[in-house]
Design a protein around this ligand. Structure first.
Ligand code: PHE
Length: 331
């Protein structure tokens, strides 16, 4: 046997070092094929004496078995490796599922509303609320907009089929919260009221039928238009940064006198209309039981969605409501 030990060792290491079926096949034929040393030795058997022939043949068979075993083992091993590679490459990728389990965050509008509240709370305001379904009294009448008033037409109101016609509605602005607050609180009053508002507008790049406003109301002694301008300027700088400017333009609202619209500067130098404001009309104060000789104040209201669109340079405000996670995830 020792005569063949070297051959066995060589065959085993040739099998071990084969990296694939092809390499293994050619190593196999080198050691077990027709021209192999083993096959040659087998041919020589015929030349031996019969007695010796049996022993030599048995020995050759054992050597062949050992070598065959080495190649078989290697073959099984290579086959397993190939299967593993295949399993690995065909494995179903479940990472999308993990992705959808990723932790979410507050919506862009909610973030902006929270930020606005923080800025105003930092300026000494508290946060007030009112219902989304309102009566004509709060949405219009108490705000000095009687039912004959043409300004009602500006609000594109969505009415609710309750009570007498046009008596109940989805609030078309957050200004009714001014009235509710003044009815229930004695001045001084410093509140902001963020919330959802509704109009019959069709959704387009700059309009949504359900949108968000934030209302501000200050009632105190000796309040002037200068306080209003200063408050708007401070808020704009706190929210956008000191490079953004604000300006007031004369305008008209039935519930403020004088009234103004306020704009903020865009990076390109143009102005974006953000909302309306003015000194609270004496009729509104008296509608809410506040003595307009003793108290004065200002109010403002503007769209949060627009503010967000401007801040994040959104081309289309509808992005804010289609709830595409790929969009929302960015913020
Ligand atoms: N409520 C007005 C609007 O929605 C904005 C406004 C609020 C104007 C407060 C003046 C004072 O257009």
């Amino acid at each position: 046997m020792s005569e063949y030990q070297k051959l066995i060792d060589e065959a085993q290491s040739a099998a071990e070092s084969s990296q694939n079926a092809e390499e293994l096949g050619s190593a196999r034929s080198k050691f077990l094929g027709k021209k192999s040393q083993l096959s040659e030795a087998k041919k020589e058997l015929g030349k031996l004496e019969e007695r010796d022939r049996a022993a030599a043949g048995k020995e050759l068979n054992e050597v062949r078995k050992l070598i065959e075993k080495a190649f078989e083992q290697r073959e099984v091993h290579l086959q397993e490796e190939a299967w593993n590679l295949q399993f690995e490459s065909e494995r179903i990728d479940l990472s999308e599922r993990l992705e959808s389990l990723r932790r979410g965050h507050l919506h862009l509008i909610t973030q902006a509303r929270d930020h606005l509240e923080d800025v105003f709370v930092g300026m000494g305001f508290t946060v007030a609320e009112g219902p989304e379904v309102e009566t004509a009294w709060y949405n219009f009448e108490a705000l000095n907009i009687p039912d004959w008033h043409p300004a009602r037409g500006n609000f594109d109101t969505i009415f609710v089929n309750l009570g007498s016609p046009e008596e109940v509605m989805l609030r078309s602005h957050t200004s009714p919260v001014q009235v509710r607050t003044m009815e229930n609180h004695q001045p001084p009053i410093y509140i902001v009221a963020p919330g959802r508002t509704f109009r019959t507008d069709n959704a387009d790049a700059t309009h949504l039928p359900a949108f968000n406003q934030i209302e501000g109301l200050v009632i105190d002694k000796g309040i002037t238009m200068g306080d209003l301008a200063g408050t708007i300027d401070s808020f704009v700088q706190a929210f956008f940064g000191t490079e953004v400017k604000s300006r007031l333009r004369p305008s008209y609202f039935p519930f403020t006198e004088p009234s103004a619209e306020f704009d903020i500067s865009r990076p390109d130098g143009s102005w974006l209309e953000l909302g309306g404001c003015g000194m609270v009309h004496p009729n509104v104060l008296s509608n809410c039981g506040i003595d307009s000789e003793e108290w004065q104040g200002f109010a403002f209201g503007f769209g949060i969605d627009r503010l967000v669109a401007m801040r994040y340079q959104l081309d289309d405000i509808r992005e804010l409501v289609v709830n595409d996670a790929r969009f929302l995830r960015q913020f």
